[in-house]
Design a protein around this ligand. Structure first.
Ligand code: NAP
Length: 518
Protein backbone atom coordinates (compact mmCIF):
# COMPACT_ATOMS: atom_id res chain seq x y z
CA UNK A 1 0.00 0.00 0.00
CA UNK A 2 1.23 3.45 -0.89
CA UNK A 3 2.29 5.74 1.97
CA UNK A 4 1.81 9.39 1.15
CA UNK A 5 4.29 12.02 2.32
CA UNK A 6 4.23 15.81 2.33
CA UNK A 7 6.64 17.97 0.33
CA UNK A 8 7.94 20.47 2.87
CA UNK A 9 11.18 22.48 3.28
CA UNK A 10 12.59 21.07 0.05
CA UNK A 11 12.11 17.37 0.83
CA UNK A 12 9.53 14.67 1.38
CA UNK A 13 8.35 14.41 4.98
CA UNK A 14 6.65 11.16 6.04
CA UNK A 15 5.17 12.67 9.21
CA UNK A 16 4.40 10.61 12.28
CA UNK A 17 1.60 9.39 14.51
CA UNK A 18 -1.56 7.53 13.60
CA UNK A 19 -2.11 6.82 9.91
CA UNK A 20 -5.30 7.71 8.04
CA UNK A 21 -6.55 5.48 5.22
CA UNK A 22 -7.41 6.64 1.70
CA UNK A 23 -9.91 4.31 0.06
CA UNK A 24 -11.34 3.43 -3.30
CA UNK A 25 -14.95 4.61 -2.84
CA UNK A 26 -16.30 1.99 -5.24
CA UNK A 27 -14.78 -0.98 -3.41
CA UNK A 28 -13.93 0.50 0.03
CA UNK A 29 -10.46 -1.03 -0.38
CA UNK A 30 -7.70 0.94 1.38
CA UNK A 31 -5.27 2.06 -1.33
CA UNK A 32 -2.95 4.43 0.53
CA UNK A 33 -2.44 6.03 3.89
CA UNK A 34 -1.03 9.21 5.33
CA UNK A 35 0.30 10.36 8.69
CA UNK A 36 -2.03 12.41 10.85
CA UNK A 37 0.71 15.00 11.47
CA UNK A 38 4.25 15.23 12.73
CA UNK A 39 5.58 17.70 10.15
CA UNK A 40 7.83 20.66 10.93
CA UNK A 41 5.53 23.46 9.84
CA UNK A 42 7.66 26.16 11.47
CA UNK A 43 10.47 25.20 9.11
CA UNK A 44 8.09 24.97 6.14
CA UNK A 45 6.79 28.51 6.62
CA UNK A 46 10.33 29.82 7.15
CA UNK A 47 11.39 28.09 3.93
CA UNK A 48 8.53 29.65 1.97
CA UNK A 49 9.30 33.10 3.43
CA UNK A 50 13.01 32.79 2.58
CA UNK A 51 13.71 30.50 -0.40
CA UNK A 52 10.27 30.72 -2.04
CA UNK A 53 10.00 34.46 -1.63
CA UNK A 54 13.53 35.00 -2.97
CA UNK A 55 12.91 32.92 -6.10
CA UNK A 56 9.65 34.64 -7.02
CA UNK A 57 10.95 38.14 -6.20
CA UNK A 58 13.56 37.75 -8.92
CA UNK A 59 10.98 36.97 -11.59
CA UNK A 60 8.80 39.15 -13.76
CA UNK A 61 5.22 38.26 -14.65
CA UNK A 62 6.46 36.79 -17.93
CA UNK A 63 8.99 34.57 -16.16
CA UNK A 64 6.42 33.36 -13.65
CA UNK A 65 4.06 32.72 -16.56
CA UNK A 66 6.77 30.56 -18.17
CA UNK A 67 6.95 28.59 -14.92
CA UNK A 68 3.20 27.95 -15.10
CA UNK A 69 3.55 26.82 -18.71
CA UNK A 70 6.14 24.27 -17.62
CA UNK A 71 3.75 23.01 -14.90
CA UNK A 72 0.96 22.58 -17.48
CA UNK A 73 3.35 20.65 -19.72
CA UNK A 74 4.54 18.42 -16.88
CA UNK A 75 0.94 17.76 -15.91
CA UNK A 76 0.10 16.79 -19.44
CA UNK A 77 2.93 14.23 -19.33
CA UNK A 78 1.38 12.60 -16.26
CA UNK A 79 -2.22 12.87 -17.50
CA UNK A 80 -3.08 9.18 -17.86
CA UNK A 81 -1.57 8.35 -14.51
CA UNK A 82 -3.49 11.18 -12.82
CA UNK A 83 -6.74 10.04 -14.44
CA UNK A 84 -6.22 6.51 -13.11
CA UNK A 85 -5.62 7.86 -9.60
CA UNK A 86 -8.79 10.01 -9.76
CA UNK A 87 -10.80 6.95 -10.79
CA UNK A 88 -9.33 4.86 -7.98
CA UNK A 89 -9.38 7.39 -5.14
CA UNK A 90 -12.13 9.85 -6.15
CA UNK A 91 -14.79 7.53 -7.54
CA UNK A 92 -14.47 9.52 -10.78
CA UNK A 93 -15.47 8.14 -14.14
CA UNK A 94 -12.81 8.81 -16.78
CA UNK A 95 -14.89 11.79 -17.93
CA UNK A 96 -15.09 13.17 -14.37
CA UNK A 97 -11.34 12.73 -13.94
CA UNK A 98 -10.60 14.55 -17.20
CA UNK A 99 -12.86 17.41 -16.15
CA UNK A 100 -10.74 17.88 -13.01
CA UNK A 101 -7.29 17.22 -14.47
CA UNK A 102 -7.62 18.85 -17.89
CA UNK A 103 -9.41 21.76 -16.22
CA UNK A 104 -6.43 22.20 -13.90
CA UNK A 105 -3.92 22.07 -16.75
CA UNK A 106 -6.00 24.48 -18.85
CA UNK A 107 -6.12 26.95 -15.97
CA UNK A 108 -2.33 26.79 -15.59
CA UNK A 109 -2.05 27.35 -19.34
CA UNK A 110 -4.43 30.31 -19.23
CA UNK A 111 -2.39 32.03 -16.50
CA UNK A 112 0.84 31.16 -18.31
CA UNK A 113 -0.48 33.11 -21.30
CA UNK A 114 -1.60 35.96 -19.07
CA UNK A 115 1.92 36.14 -17.59
CA UNK A 116 3.39 36.40 -21.08
CA UNK A 117 0.98 39.25 -21.88
CA UNK A 118 1.82 41.10 -18.67
CA UNK A 119 5.45 40.97 -19.74
CA UNK A 120 8.70 41.80 -18.03
CA UNK A 121 7.32 43.98 -15.27
CA UNK A 122 6.65 43.43 -11.60
CA UNK A 123 3.89 45.98 -10.94
CA UNK A 124 0.38 46.04 -12.41
CA UNK A 125 -1.49 49.27 -12.98
CA UNK A 126 -4.93 49.58 -11.42
CA UNK A 127 -7.04 52.06 -13.34
CA UNK A 128 -5.99 55.15 -15.22
CA UNK A 129 -3.36 57.70 -14.14
CA UNK A 130 -4.90 60.56 -12.15
CA UNK A 131 -3.97 64.22 -11.90
CA UNK A 132 -3.76 65.02 -8.20
CA UNK A 133 -1.75 68.28 -8.36
CA UNK A 134 -2.29 71.73 -9.83
CA UNK A 135 -0.85 70.54 -13.17
CA UNK A 136 -0.55 67.20 -14.96
CA UNK A 137 3.02 66.93 -13.63
CA UNK A 138 1.75 65.77 -10.21
CA UNK A 139 0.07 62.44 -10.73
CA UNK A 140 -1.52 59.57 -8.89
CA UNK A 141 -1.68 55.93 -9.85
CA UNK A 142 -2.90 52.83 -8.07
CA UNK A 143 -0.70 49.79 -8.53
CA UNK A 144 -0.77 46.14 -7.55
CA UNK A 145 2.53 44.82 -6.20
CA UNK A 146 3.67 41.50 -4.79
CA UNK A 147 2.64 40.65 -1.23
CA UNK A 148 5.41 39.42 1.04
CA UNK A 149 3.95 36.35 2.65
CA UNK A 150 2.79 32.81 2.13
CA UNK A 151 -0.32 31.76 0.21
CA UNK A 152 -1.96 29.00 2.22
CA UNK A 153 -4.29 26.95 0.02
CA UNK A 154 -6.88 24.60 1.52
CA UNK A 155 -8.93 22.58 -0.94
CA UNK A 156 -12.09 20.46 -0.94
CA UNK A 157 -12.15 16.75 -1.79
CA UNK A 158 -14.02 17.05 -5.06
CA UNK A 159 -11.42 18.74 -7.30
CA UNK A 160 -7.96 17.65 -6.12
CA UNK A 161 -6.29 18.68 -9.40
CA UNK A 162 -8.27 21.70 -10.54
CA UNK A 163 -8.49 23.15 -7.00
CA UNK A 164 -4.74 22.82 -6.53
CA UNK A 165 -3.93 24.30 -9.95
CA UNK A 166 -6.38 27.20 -10.07
CA UNK A 167 -5.17 28.58 -6.75
CA UNK A 168 -1.51 27.85 -7.52
CA UNK A 169 -1.67 29.59 -10.92
CA UNK A 170 -2.96 32.86 -9.49
CA UNK A 171 -0.63 32.90 -6.48
CA UNK A 172 2.55 32.04 -8.39
CA UNK A 173 1.84 34.50 -11.19
CA UNK A 174 1.29 37.18 -8.55
CA UNK A 175 4.58 36.15 -6.93
CA UNK A 176 3.58 34.43 -3.66
CA UNK A 177 5.05 31.10 -2.51
CA UNK A 178 2.39 28.50 -1.76
CA UNK A 179 1.73 25.90 0.89
CA UNK A 180 -1.08 23.77 -0.55
CA UNK A 181 -3.25 21.40 1.46
CA UNK A 182 -5.59 19.11 -0.46
CA UNK A 183 -8.47 17.34 1.29
CA UNK A 184 -7.14 14.16 2.86
CA UNK A 185 -9.71 11.66 1.55
CA UNK A 186 -8.89 12.18 -2.15
CA UNK A 187 -5.28 13.35 -1.82
CA UNK A 188 -3.72 10.76 -4.15
CA UNK A 189 -4.08 12.99 -7.23
CA UNK A 190 -2.69 16.07 -5.46
CA UNK A 191 0.17 14.01 -4.03
CA UNK A 192 1.18 12.80 -7.50
CA UNK A 193 0.81 16.36 -8.84
CA UNK A 194 3.17 17.52 -6.08
CA UNK A 195 5.73 14.91 -7.20
CA UNK A 196 5.43 16.13 -10.78
CA UNK A 197 5.53 19.84 -9.92
CA UNK A 198 8.49 19.69 -7.53
CA UNK A 199 10.68 18.52 -10.44
CA UNK A 200 9.88 21.75 -12.27
CA UNK A 201 9.55 24.43 -9.60
CA UNK A 202 12.37 26.40 -7.93
CA UNK A 203 12.95 25.76 -4.18
CA UNK A 204 10.29 26.91 -1.73
CA UNK A 205 7.84 28.08 -4.37
CA UNK A 206 5.33 25.30 -3.70
CA UNK A 207 5.03 23.04 -0.68
CA UNK A 208 2.40 20.43 -0.14
CA UNK A 209 0.88 19.29 3.13
CA UNK A 210 -0.86 15.94 2.69
CA UNK A 211 -3.10 14.96 5.61
CA UNK A 212 -5.05 16.95 8.19
CA UNK A 213 -4.37 20.68 8.56
CA UNK A 214 -3.42 20.33 12.24
CA UNK A 215 -1.85 23.63 13.30
CA UNK A 216 -1.30 24.91 9.74
CA UNK A 217 -3.03 28.22 10.36
CA UNK A 218 -1.22 28.78 13.66
CA UNK A 219 1.76 29.85 11.51
CA UNK A 220 -0.12 32.44 9.48
CA UNK A 221 1.18 35.98 9.81
CA UNK A 222 0.93 39.49 8.39
CA UNK A 223 1.09 39.50 4.60
CA UNK A 224 -0.15 35.92 4.28
CA UNK A 225 -3.23 34.87 2.34
CA UNK A 226 -5.52 31.93 3.04
CA UNK A 227 -7.63 30.65 0.15
CA UNK A 228 -10.11 28.05 1.36
CA UNK A 229 -12.58 25.87 -0.52
CA UNK A 230 -14.85 23.62 1.48
CA UNK A 231 -17.87 23.45 3.71
CA UNK A 232 -19.39 26.40 5.58
CA UNK A 233 -18.79 24.89 9.03
CA UNK A 234 -15.03 24.69 8.38
CA UNK A 235 -15.14 28.16 6.83
CA UNK A 236 -16.68 29.56 10.02
CA UNK A 237 -13.83 28.18 12.12
CA UNK A 238 -11.28 29.76 9.77
CA UNK A 239 -12.93 33.19 9.93
CA UNK A 240 -12.48 33.30 13.67
CA UNK A 241 -9.06 31.63 13.85
CA UNK A 242 -6.89 33.59 16.31
CA UNK A 243 -3.96 34.09 13.91
CA UNK A 244 -6.19 35.19 11.06
CA UNK A 245 -7.90 37.74 13.30
CA UNK A 246 -4.68 38.87 15.02
CA UNK A 247 -2.68 39.48 11.82
CA UNK A 248 -5.49 40.58 9.52
CA UNK A 249 -4.63 37.66 7.25
CA UNK A 250 -6.45 37.95 3.93
CA UNK A 251 -9.00 35.13 3.76
CA UNK A 252 -10.86 34.01 0.65
CA UNK A 253 -13.70 31.55 1.12
CA UNK A 254 -15.47 29.37 -1.44
CA UNK A 255 -18.17 27.45 0.43
CA UNK A 256 -21.62 25.91 -0.01
CA UNK A 257 -23.90 26.98 -2.81
CA UNK A 258 -27.53 26.30 -3.71
CA UNK A 259 -27.27 27.07 -7.41
CA UNK A 260 -30.51 27.48 -9.35
CA UNK A 261 -31.48 26.90 -12.98
CA UNK A 262 -34.54 28.65 -14.37
CA UNK A 263 -36.38 27.86 -17.59
CA UNK A 264 -37.75 31.00 -19.23
CA UNK A 265 -41.44 31.04 -20.23
CA UNK A 266 -40.57 31.37 -23.94
CA UNK A 267 -38.54 28.14 -24.16
CA UNK A 268 -40.06 24.95 -25.55
CA UNK A 269 -38.31 21.82 -24.31
CA UNK A 270 -38.00 20.63 -27.90
CA UNK A 271 -36.04 23.77 -28.88
CA UNK A 272 -32.25 24.11 -28.81
CA UNK A 273 -32.43 26.21 -25.65
CA UNK A 274 -34.76 23.64 -24.07
CA UNK A 275 -32.40 20.80 -24.94
CA UNK A 276 -29.51 22.78 -23.46
CA UNK A 277 -31.45 23.29 -20.23
CA UNK A 278 -32.18 19.57 -19.87
CA UNK A 279 -28.63 18.56 -20.76
CA UNK A 280 -27.21 21.03 -18.22
CA UNK A 281 -29.46 19.80 -15.40
CA UNK A 282 -28.67 16.14 -16.09
CA UNK A 283 -24.93 16.80 -16.47
CA UNK A 284 -24.79 18.77 -13.23
CA UNK A 285 -26.69 16.11 -11.32
CA UNK A 286 -24.47 13.26 -12.49
CA UNK A 287 -21.02 14.65 -13.37
CA UNK A 288 -18.74 13.90 -10.41
CA UNK A 289 -21.84 12.31 -8.86
CA UNK A 290 -23.20 15.79 -8.22
CA UNK A 291 -20.19 16.69 -6.06
CA UNK A 292 -19.56 20.00 -7.78
CA UNK A 293 -19.84 23.30 -5.95
CA UNK A 294 -21.33 24.74 -9.15
CA UNK A 295 -23.91 21.99 -9.67
CA UNK A 296 -27.59 22.85 -10.21
CA UNK A 297 -29.53 21.95 -7.05
CA UNK A 298 -32.76 23.95 -7.54
CA UNK A 299 -34.68 23.96 -10.82
CA UNK A 300 -37.55 26.34 -11.56
CA UNK A 301 -39.82 25.87 -14.57
CA UNK A 302 -43.05 27.52 -15.76
CA UNK A 303 -45.98 25.73 -14.16
CA UNK A 304 -47.31 24.50 -17.51
CA UNK A 305 -44.01 22.73 -18.26
CA UNK A 306 -43.47 21.01 -14.89
CA UNK A 307 -44.78 17.58 -15.89
CA UNK A 308 -42.94 17.65 -19.22
CA UNK A 309 -39.64 18.59 -17.55
CA UNK A 310 -40.03 15.88 -14.89
CA UNK A 311 -40.75 13.26 -17.58
CA UNK A 312 -37.73 14.33 -19.63
CA UNK A 313 -35.43 14.19 -16.57
CA UNK A 314 -36.74 10.74 -15.64
CA UNK A 315 -36.05 9.44 -19.12
CA UNK A 316 -32.52 10.85 -19.28
CA UNK A 317 -31.51 9.83 -15.78
CA UNK A 318 -32.79 6.30 -16.34
CA UNK A 319 -30.23 5.98 -19.16
CA UNK A 320 -27.30 6.76 -16.82
CA UNK A 321 -25.51 3.63 -15.63
CA UNK A 322 -24.31 3.95 -12.04
CA UNK A 323 -21.48 1.73 -10.86
CA UNK A 324 -17.78 1.00 -10.93
CA UNK A 325 -16.30 4.19 -12.44
CA UNK A 326 -13.43 2.22 -13.99
CA UNK A 327 -15.92 0.64 -16.45
CA UNK A 328 -16.45 2.32 -19.81
CA UNK A 329 -20.22 1.81 -19.72
CA UNK A 330 -20.63 3.56 -16.36
CA UNK A 331 -21.62 7.22 -16.44
CA UNK A 332 -21.80 7.91 -12.71
CA UNK A 333 -19.57 6.59 -9.93
CA UNK A 334 -19.93 6.54 -6.14
CA UNK A 335 -19.69 9.46 -3.76
CA UNK A 336 -16.15 10.12 -2.62
CA UNK A 337 -16.30 9.03 1.00
CA UNK A 338 -18.41 7.20 3.57
CA UNK A 339 -19.02 10.56 5.28
CA UNK A 340 -20.26 12.00 1.99
CA UNK A 341 -22.68 9.12 1.63
CA UNK A 342 -23.96 9.65 5.17
CA UNK A 343 -24.34 13.43 4.57
CA UNK A 344 -26.06 13.02 1.20
CA UNK A 345 -28.41 10.33 2.55
CA UNK A 346 -29.34 12.60 5.45
CA UNK A 347 -29.83 15.50 3.03
CA UNK A 348 -32.15 13.44 0.82
CA UNK A 349 -34.17 12.39 3.88
CA UNK A 350 -34.54 16.05 4.93
CA UNK A 351 -35.63 16.98 1.41
CA UNK A 352 -37.95 13.97 1.18
CA UNK A 353 -39.81 15.10 4.28
CA UNK A 354 -40.68 18.39 2.58
CA UNK A 355 -41.05 17.43 -1.11
CA UNK A 356 -42.56 14.80 -3.41
CA UNK A 357 -40.71 12.08 -5.29
CA UNK A 358 -40.13 12.36 -9.05
CA UNK A 359 -37.23 9.99 -9.69
CA UNK A 360 -34.80 7.82 -7.79
CA UNK A 361 -36.66 7.47 -4.48
CA UNK A 362 -34.16 8.30 -1.78
CA UNK A 363 -31.10 7.31 -3.79
CA UNK A 364 -31.25 3.51 -3.55
CA UNK A 365 -29.31 2.02 -6.45
CA UNK A 366 -27.88 -1.33 -7.61
CA UNK A 367 -24.50 -0.29 -9.02
CA UNK A 368 -23.10 -2.24 -11.95
CA UNK A 369 -19.77 -4.04 -11.60
CA UNK A 370 -19.71 -3.80 -7.82
CA UNK A 371 -20.47 -6.37 -5.16
CA UNK A 372 -23.84 -5.74 -3.48
CA UNK A 373 -23.57 -3.47 -0.47
CA UNK A 374 -20.10 -2.30 -1.35
CA UNK A 375 -19.06 1.28 -2.12
CA UNK A 376 -20.49 4.72 -1.35
CA UNK A 377 -23.19 4.70 -4.03
CA UNK A 378 -26.27 6.91 -4.18
CA UNK A 379 -28.39 7.05 -7.34
CA UNK A 380 -29.69 10.27 -8.94
CA UNK A 381 -32.70 11.73 -7.14
CA UNK A 382 -35.24 14.28 -8.41
CA UNK A 383 -37.80 15.78 -6.04
CA UNK A 384 -40.54 18.35 -6.55
CA UNK A 385 -42.43 20.87 -4.47
CA UNK A 386 -45.41 23.07 -5.27
CA UNK A 387 -44.15 25.71 -2.83
CA UNK A 388 -40.50 26.43 -3.71
CA UNK A 389 -40.50 29.91 -2.17
CA UNK A 390 -41.22 28.61 1.31
CA UNK A 391 -39.47 25.24 1.20
CA UNK A 392 -36.64 25.55 3.73
CA UNK A 393 -35.27 22.06 3.02
CA UNK A 394 -34.76 23.15 -0.59
CA UNK A 395 -33.40 26.65 -0.07
CA UNK A 396 -31.33 26.29 3.07
CA UNK A 397 -29.45 22.99 2.83
CA UNK A 398 -26.97 21.97 0.18
CA UNK A 399 -27.14 18.25 -0.62
CA UNK A 400 -23.66 17.67 -2.10
CA UNK A 401 -24.61 14.79 -4.37
CA UNK A 402 -26.72 13.76 -7.40
CA UNK A 403 -29.87 15.46 -6.19
CA UNK A 404 -32.05 18.24 -7.63
CA UNK A 405 -35.52 19.58 -6.92
CA UNK A 406 -37.82 20.84 -9.69
CA UNK A 407 -40.55 23.34 -8.91
CA UNK A 408 -43.08 25.53 -10.75
CA UNK A 409 -43.21 29.35 -10.98
CA UNK A 410 -45.26 32.04 -12.70
CA UNK A 411 -42.78 32.62 -15.53
CA UNK A 412 -42.11 36.21 -14.41
CA UNK A 413 -38.43 37.21 -14.45
CA UNK A 414 -38.82 38.89 -11.05
CA UNK A 415 -40.15 35.68 -9.50
CA UNK A 416 -37.28 33.70 -11.03
CA UNK A 417 -34.74 36.13 -9.57
CA UNK A 418 -36.46 36.06 -6.17
CA UNK A 419 -36.02 32.27 -6.19
CA UNK A 420 -32.31 32.58 -7.00
CA UNK A 421 -32.03 35.06 -4.10
CA UNK A 422 -33.47 32.49 -1.68
CA UNK A 423 -30.16 30.62 -1.91
CA UNK A 424 -28.70 33.56 0.07
CA UNK A 425 -25.77 33.85 -2.30
CA UNK A 426 -24.62 31.27 -4.82
CA UNK A 427 -21.62 30.61 -7.05
CA UNK A 428 -23.63 30.44 -10.23
CA UNK A 429 -27.20 30.34 -11.40
CA UNK A 430 -28.57 29.89 -14.87
CA UNK A 431 -31.53 31.05 -16.91
CA UNK A 432 -32.60 29.75 -20.31
CA UNK A 433 -34.45 32.17 -22.55
CA UNK A 434 -34.32 33.84 -25.96
CA UNK A 435 -36.44 36.77 -24.76
CA UNK A 436 -34.03 39.66 -24.21
CA UNK A 437 -36.45 41.69 -22.07
CA UNK A 438 -37.04 38.70 -19.79
CA UNK A 439 -33.27 38.09 -19.54
CA UNK A 440 -32.59 41.72 -18.76
CA UNK A 441 -35.17 41.75 -15.95
CA UNK A 442 -33.77 38.49 -14.57
CA UNK A 443 -30.13 39.58 -14.65
CA UNK A 444 -30.81 42.93 -12.98
CA UNK A 445 -32.62 41.30 -10.08
CA UNK A 446 -30.57 38.09 -9.73
CA UNK A 447 -27.02 39.48 -10.17
CA UNK A 448 -26.64 40.60 -6.52
CA UNK A 449 -27.11 36.97 -5.47
CA UNK A 450 -24.72 35.10 -7.76
CA UNK A 451 -21.02 35.26 -8.56
CA UNK A 452 -21.81 34.22 -12.11
CA UNK A 453 -24.99 34.13 -14.19
CA UNK A 454 -25.08 31.71 -17.08
CA UNK A 455 -27.53 32.77 -19.78
CA UNK A 456 -28.54 29.78 -21.89
CA UNK A 457 -30.09 30.53 -25.27
CA UNK A 458 -30.50 29.18 -28.77
CA UNK A 459 -27.58 31.12 -30.19
CA UNK A 460 -24.94 29.99 -27.68
CA UNK A 461 -26.23 26.43 -27.14
CA UNK A 462 -23.75 24.74 -29.48
CA UNK A 463 -20.73 26.32 -27.77
CA UNK A 464 -21.80 26.09 -24.16
CA UNK A 465 -19.64 24.40 -21.51
CA UNK A 466 -22.64 24.50 -19.12
CA UNK A 467 -22.99 26.48 -15.90
CA UNK A 468 -21.04 23.87 -13.92
CA UNK A 469 -17.73 24.69 -15.58
CA UNK A 470 -15.67 27.39 -13.89
CA UNK A 471 -13.62 29.19 -16.53
CA UNK A 472 -10.27 30.83 -15.71
CA UNK A 473 -11.31 33.99 -17.54
CA UNK A 474 -14.49 34.45 -15.47
CA UNK A 475 -14.95 34.99 -11.79
CA UNK A 476 -15.48 31.95 -9.55
CA UNK A 477 -17.01 32.72 -6.17
CA UNK A 478 -20.23 34.06 -4.80
CA UNK A 479 -21.75 36.26 -2.10
CA UNK A 480 -23.30 35.22 1.20
CA UNK A 481 -23.64 31.47 1.72
CA UNK A 482 -21.13 30.83 -1.10
CA UNK A 483 -18.48 32.40 1.12
CA UNK A 484 -18.11 35.91 -0.30
CA UNK A 485 -14.88 34.96 -2.07
CA UNK A 486 -13.58 35.57 -5.56
CA UNK A 487 -11.14 33.42 -7.51
CA UNK A 488 -10.05 33.38 -11.17
CA UNK A 489 -11.58 35.97 -13.53
CA UNK A 490 -8.27 36.55 -15.36
CA UNK A 491 -6.19 39.28 -13.73
CA UNK A 492 -8.78 39.58 -10.93
CA UNK A 493 -7.72 36.18 -9.60
CA UNK A 494 -4.21 37.50 -8.99
CA UNK A 495 -5.45 40.40 -6.89
CA UNK A 496 -5.99 38.21 -3.82
CA UNK A 497 -2.22 37.70 -3.81
CA UNK A 498 -1.23 41.29 -4.65
CA UNK A 499 -1.21 44.40 -2.50
CA UNK A 500 -2.81 47.54 -3.91
CA UNK A 501 -0.80 50.67 -3.26
CA UNK A 502 -1.59 54.27 -4.23
CA UNK A 503 1.43 56.06 -5.68
CA UNK A 504 1.71 59.81 -5.99
CA UNK A 505 4.52 61.69 -7.65
CA UNK A 506 5.89 62.84 -10.99
CA UNK A 507 3.41 61.55 -13.56
CA UNK A 508 6.16 60.41 -15.94
CA UNK A 509 7.84 58.36 -13.20
CA UNK A 510 4.52 56.73 -12.35
CA UNK A 511 3.92 55.89 -15.99
CA UNK A 512 7.29 54.20 -16.31
CA UNK A 513 6.58 51.97 -13.31
CA UNK A 514 3.34 50.50 -14.50
CA UNK A 515 2.16 48.01 -17.04
CA UNK A 516 -1.40 47.16 -18.06
CA UNK A 517 -2.72 44.62 -20.54
CA UNK A 518 -3.47 46.11 -23.96
P1 NAP B 1 -14.47 20.49 4.37
O1 NAP B 1 -14.73 19.34 5.24
O2 NAP B 1 -14.81 21.85 4.85
O3 NAP B 1 -12.92 20.39 4.01
C1 NAP B 1 -12.33 21.30 3.14
C2 NAP B 1 -10.84 21.39 3.43
O4 NAP B 1 -10.65 22.00 4.71
C3 NAP B 1 -10.14 20.04 3.49
O5 NAP B 1 -8.86 20.17 2.92
C4 NAP B 1 -10.04 19.80 4.99
O6 NAP B 1 -8.98 18.94 5.34
C5 NAP B 1 -9.76 21.19 5.47
N1 NAP B 1 -10.00 21.44 6.88
C6 NAP B 1 -10.88 20.82 7.68
N2 NAP B 1 -10.80 21.36 8.93
C7 NAP B 1 -9.86 22.33 8.88
C8 NAP B 1 -9.32 23.23 9.84
N3 NAP B 1 -9.75 23.26 11.10
N4 NAP B 1 -8.36 24.08 9.45
C9 NAP B 1 -7.91 24.07 8.19
N5 NAP B 1 -8.38 23.23 7.24
C10 NAP B 1 -9.35 22.38 7.58
O7 NAP B 1 -15.20 20.34 2.97
P2 NAP B 1 -15.18 19.09 2.00
O8 NAP B 1 -16.02 18.04 2.61
O9 NAP B 1 -13.80 18.73 1.56
O10 NAP B 1 -15.92 19.72 0.73
C11 NAP B 1 -17.32 19.74 0.59
C12 NAP B 1 -17.85 21.13 0.69
O11 NAP B 1 -17.04 22.02 -0.07
C13 NAP B 1 -19.23 21.25 0.11
O12 NAP B 1 -20.05 21.84 1.06
C14 NAP B 1 -19.08 22.14 -1.09
O13 NAP B 1 -20.15 23.02 -1.30
C15 NAP B 1 -17.87 22.90 -0.80
N6 NAP B 1 -17.18 23.25 -2.03
C16 NAP B 1 -17.18 24.53 -2.46
C17 NAP B 1 -16.53 24.89 -3.61
C18 NAP B 1 -16.48 26.29 -4.09
O14 NAP B 1 -15.71 26.59 -4.99
N7 NAP B 1 -17.28 27.18 -3.56
C19 NAP B 1 -15.85 23.92 -4.34
C20 NAP B 1 -15.88 22.61 -3.89
C21 NAP B 1 -16.54 22.29 -2.72
P3 NAP B 1 -9.21 17.38 5.59
O15 NAP B 1 -9.70 16.82 4.32
O16 NAP B 1 -7.85 16.90 5.94
O17 NAP B 1 -10.21 17.27 6.68
Amino acid sequence: MQQLASFLSGGWSAGSGARLPLVNPATEEVIADVAQGGHDLVAAFAYARSAGDRELAQMTFAQRGALLASLAKAMHGAREELIALAVANGGNTRGDAKFDIDGGAATLGYYADLGAKLGDRTLLGDGEPLQVGRTARMGGQHVWGRRRGVAIHINAFNFPAWGTCEKLACALLAGMPVISKPATATALVAFRLGQVFEQVLPPGVMQLLIGPAGGLLDHAGAGDVVAFTGGSATARSLRTHAKIVEHGVRLNIEADSLNAAVLGPDVELSSEAGALFLADVVRDMTQKTGQKCTAIRRVLVPEARLAEVCDALKERLAAIAVGDPARDDVRMGPLATAQQKADVTAGIARLAAATDAVYGGTGEVAPVGVRAGQGFFVGPVVRTTATPMTCAALNEHEVFGPVATVAPYSGAAGDAAAFVALGHGCLVSSAYSDDRDWVSGFVTAAAPWAGRLYLGSTKMASQSPGPGTALPSLLHGGPGRAGGGEELGGERGMQLYLQRCALEGDASVLKSLVTTID
